[in-house]
Design a protein around this ligand. Structure first.
Ligand code: HEM
Length: 414
């Protein structure tokens, strides 16, 4: 699925659908001769994202080491100054966004991270594992006898949403509402028809949940935030964290699950290998699929001073595009990088979860979910396959499958 043309501009939401993934031919070309590549404004791109004024020109980093070095250096390459996505925000929205965990000043970020991290520590994740296994089994129960379903929304998106409910301590009765709003809010670029404003819906759930956890504390993330006595987060900050977590773990995990099934169909010998010894191969296979697909293809930083990346001088205030997709196919780190190989010995070095102070806090949780879901699939409906070409999401950010009808031999439970 390589595309052979080097592009003039990667700000074009039709690229991923057209070639079923990121523009790797362009990234490869630039990495060789122009690894810090200037991408100009695309005058034809009209942003569908609320509160954005568009996308200005930016520097694309395609080498693994550059993406890593810049990600580690928050002093010179800020997440706080102008945001972490390609879109430029209005001044008012930028101010609002800066209170978001992913865009805080380094010291504030460190302090908040202490409060939100405990539920993600290995001991607590281990305690959540049986519940995640149970949720995965329930999801496959709901489709296994049917012989077909639409994989992205009926299967892949439900586990991250249910897991998010577990993580926050949201009662089971609200799960489907959270799923609806979560799907709505993840459609940042394709905000289609949603019966209710997903952002307002989530803020309302967050506010009510916060009240409940103040009255009845427990060991879940919402309780940790509202009952923390060190930072005294205000209700708006708490609602914002809630939304960050609702978004960050959703589209990403959902798409990786869908990619996994799509890739096992495209590379049947890899699937055979996985099935020959699931427990031996699954962890590395998940890392390899994360590397290969890089669902979150990029985040951005802004330069705080005139500075060099490689041989190129970037002026203060420049936007830098960290291409995780390109870094994950850098041949100086990954041999034969365009090959999917679930036994690759350094697959774990991928940057699909970012790296540095803002590295994904949910990485282990995402992997646990994928493992649980794939175990159910491989043992119960192993001949699952897309029944037609999957449909990619138009996006300049996510390498995401939007729709993937699948069929399989119905499970016989008698
Ligand atoms: C396959 C699944 C996932 C992928 C590919 C992914 C990707 C990423 C990436 C690339 C970043 C780095 C952001 C940056 O450097 O600016 C990030 C950060 C983050 N992710 Fe994930 N993520 C996934 C799953 C999750 C899950 C399950 C959760 C939580 C439930 C989560 C919560 C977060 C949070 C809160 C941050 C911000 C960390 C910070 O700014 O310190 N992610 N993720």
């Amino acid at each position: 699925m390589m595309q052979d043309k080097v592009l003039d501009n990667i700000v074009d939401p039709s690229i991923f659908p057209a070639q079923k993934g990121p523009p790797h031919a362009s990234f490869d070309h630039w990495r060789q001769g122009d690894p810090v590549h200037w991408n100009p404004v695309n005058p034809e791109y009209t942003t569908p994202v609320p509160n954005s004024t568009g996308v200005s020109g930016f520097w694309v980093l395609t080498r693994y080491q550059d993406v890593l070095d810049v990600s580690m250096d928050q002093e010179r390459f800020s997440s706080h100054e102008a945001g972490i996505v390609l879109w430029d925000w209005t001044e008012e929205h930028l101010e609002f966004q800066r209170a978001n965990f992913m865009m805080m000043k380094p010291d504030d970020h460190k302090a908040v991270k202490k409060v939100v991290m405990p539920p993600f520590m290995p001991r607590n994740l281990k305690a959540m594992a049986p519940q995640i296994d149970k949720l995965a089994a329930e999801i496959i129960d709901s489709i296994a006898s049917k012989g077909e379903c639409e994989f992205v929304f009926e299967v892949a998106s439900r586990l991250p949403v249910y897991t998010f409910c577990e993580l926050m301590g949201i009662p089971e009765g609200l799960r489907e509402k959270v799923a609806e709003y979560g799907n709505g809010i993840s459609d940042v670029e394709t905000r289609a028809d949603h019966s209710a404003d997903p952002m307002m819906g989530l803020i309302q759930i967050a506010t009510e949940l916060a009240e409940e956890k103040r009255r009845n504390p427990d060991d879940r993330l919402m309780s940790a935030m509202v009952n923390d006595t060190t930072l005294k987060l205000d209700p708006m900050q708490i609602a914002q964290f809630f939304i960050v977590f609702a978004m960050a773990g959703h589209e990403t995990t959902r798409s990786t699950g869908a990619h996994f099934i799509d890739l096992m169909n495209r590379y049947p010998e890899q699937y055979e290998l996985l099935r020959s010894d699931f427990d031996a191969h699954i962890d590395n296979a998940i890392d390899e699929v994360l590397r290969f697909t890089s669902t979150t293809t990029n985040f951005c930083r802004n330069t705080m001073e005139d500075t060099m990346v490689g041989d190129v001088e970037l002026k203060k205030g420049a936007k830098v595009y960290l291409s995780y997709a390109a870094a994950n196919r850098d041949p100086s780190v990954f041999e034969d990088p365009h090959k999917l190989d679930i036994t690759r010995n350094n697959a774990k070095r991928h940057l699909a979860f970012g790296v540095g102070p803002h590295v994904c806090v949910g990485a282990q949780l995402a992997k646990m979910q994928l493992r649980a879901l794939l175990k159910e699939i491989v043992t119960r409906i192993p001949d699952i396959r897309p029944s037609r070409e999957p449909e990619w999401m138009p996006s300049i950010w996510f390498n995401a499958i939007l729709n993937m009808p699948v069929s399989f031999t119905p499970e016989n439970k008698s």
